[in-house]
Ligand binder design. Structure first.
Ligand code: ZN
Length: 121
């Protein structure tokens, strides 16, 4: 015989009965709503950093297109709305430490930037 346990829903605090000790939500809708809210809060928290990164990535990818490498002026990139200060990580490329924006290697050349697609990433 299964015993019913009285629990409080993790999303709204409403009480519900269940026979499962691993059930934390009244039903699937409450679980989905709770997870969506958590994701939304996280997305908003990260947006300050992620938005300029993703915008700059889109601009770099559009400019590179089918080429493997391009040289662009920093002023032009700023004019397009890119944030030329952002990068996601530093990695070694041809024995040199290079800033990357995902799979794009960024080489600083005073007033210009060379963007190079990297298939190793
Ligand atoms: Zn709930």
């Amino acid at each position: 015989m299964t015993q019913l346990i009285l629990k409080k829903c993790k999303c709204c605090g409403e009480e519900f009965e269940t026979n499962r000790i691993d059930q934390f939500f009244k039903n699937r809708l409450h679980q989905v709503s709770h997870n969506n809210n958590k994701q939304s809060i996280l997305r908003k928290r990260l947006a300050k950093i992620n938005t300029p990164i993703l915008k700059t990535l889109r601009i770099y990818k559009d400019l590179i297109g089918i080429k493997s490498e391009i040289r662009v002026s920093k002023d032009f990139l700023r004019g397009k709305g890119a944030n030329i200060a952002v990068f996601t990580h530093v990695a070694k490329l041809d024995d040199q430490l290079v800033n990357f924006l995902y799979d794009i290697a960024i080489f600083d050349q005073e007033d210009f930037i060379v963007l190079k697609k990297n298939k190793q990433c």
